[in-house]
Ligand binder design. Structure first.
Ligand code: PLP
Ligand code: COI
Length: 338
């Protein structure tokens, strides 16, 4: 594949060599093993299928200049998966088991980790599902924890090119619901608003806070951030959004490397003029500049609809530089796959 091919990879499932699977039965996890296909045989009565007893994670394997492979803060994905499991009454996957599974999958698919400088990565998708024969609304007795993977490029079209987003009147998660954890039901709720946004030429929907519909909450697959005209990094504080590892890292970098103030606070939808730049951030999204937001009659352009803003660019370069090992990040941010 050429660099151009890697740029056009998009975010799709591709053939890989092996996935990881582990079974939970009689109160404990088995050792786990690699298998060569991505099919799972489960009872059609499985709670994952009917009641959404499912949680997942997303992290990437990055190729360093010397060919070695890095993961970015994977223990934070493991910790978030524990929180998701707790919320859906699923058994915890230990950090050790989570990391071991990810490392096994990366090693088994080592040649599929895109080359350094291509901008592409190997996306890892750990997930857990409640399985076994069950009819009433109650947690499963048996579970499967698996890690699948695929080489990916940009999640949003154009990489660092700005996209336009549509504010939706729908909610993806309730104020005290499951928005804070990474469970399949949140994404099922986002399919329709996403479809409407796409049909109308937008990259994705942006959700408002579910209780007042006056403040930006997050994007369907990423968190929101804005850079104010006086150079502050602001990102929504909300009980219904996913605590993004990317955003937490960007807040740190904005504050400690760029000397900005980084604030989790309200982002009123009728006060977007205070932002010079805005973006969507996440593992899949990396940083995607938000060029424009439309909401009813309102249309708001941030820095530009065609060019990335200077602060967003700096944050992107810093973050991706650390992830690919070009820039030394804070201790423990990158995990070398040995
Ligand atoms: N918000 C939602 C709804 C997401 O699906 C994701 C992706 O994981 C994020 C935010 C970003 O989180 P992270 O940076 O941990 O990938
Ligand atoms: C991620 O960024 O890892 C996500 O899970 C977002 C999306 C693909 C669901």
């Amino acid at each position: 594949m050429t660099t151009e091919d890697y740029k056009n990879l998009g975010f799709e499932c591709r053939e890989t060599h092996a996935n990881y699977i582990s079974y939970y039965k009689d109160g404990k996890w088995d050792e786990g093993t690699l298998k060569g296909d991505d099919c799972i045989k489960i009872s059609a009565f499985s709670p994952a299928l009917h009641y959404g007893q499912e949680a997942f994670e997303g992290l990437k394997a990055y190729r360093r200049k010397d060919g070695k492979i890095l993961l970015f803060r994977p223990e934070l994905n493991a910790a978030r998966m524990k929180a998701s499991c707790e919320r859906l009454l699923m058994p915890e996957v230990s950090t050790e088991k989570f990391l071991d599974a990810c490392v096994q999958v990366v090693k088994a698919n080592e040649d599929l980790v895109p080359p350094y400088g291509s901008g592409a990565t190997l996306y890892l998708r750990p997930f857990i599902i409640g399985v076994g024969r069950n009819l009433g609304v109650r947690p499963a007795k048996e579970y499967i924890f698996s890690v699948i993977c695929s080489p990916v490029g940009s999640y949003f079209k154009g990489g660092l090119a700005p996209n336009k987003f549509l504010i939706t009147d729908f909610d993806r998660a309730a104020t005290y619901g499951t928005g804070r954890v990474k469970v399949g039901g949140n994404y099922a709720a986002s399919l329709w608003p996403h479809h409407i946004a796409k049909q109308n030429g937008y990259a994705d929907a942006i959700y408002l806070d579910p209780s007042t519909h006056t403040k930006i909450d997050e994007v369907g697959a990423a968190n929101f951030f804005g850079i104010t005209r006086d150079n502050k990094f602001i990102t929504p504080k909300s009980s219904s959004i996913l605590p993004s590892i990317t955003r937490m890292s960007l807040m740190y970098l904005a504050e400690n490397v760029l000397g900005m103030e980084a604030i989790e606070g309200d982002v009123p939808i009728n006060d977007l003029d205070r932002f010079a730049e805005a973006g969507a951030c996440g593992t899949a999204a990396v940083i995607s500049p938000i060029g424009r937001i439309d909401y009813g009659e309102m249309s708001h352009v941030f820095y530009s609809e065609t060019e990335v803003g200077p602060v967003t660019r700096k944050l992107y370069d810093l973050l991706t530089g650390i992830q690919t090992g070009d820039i030394k990040g804070p201790d423990g941010w990158v995990y070398l796959v040995k």
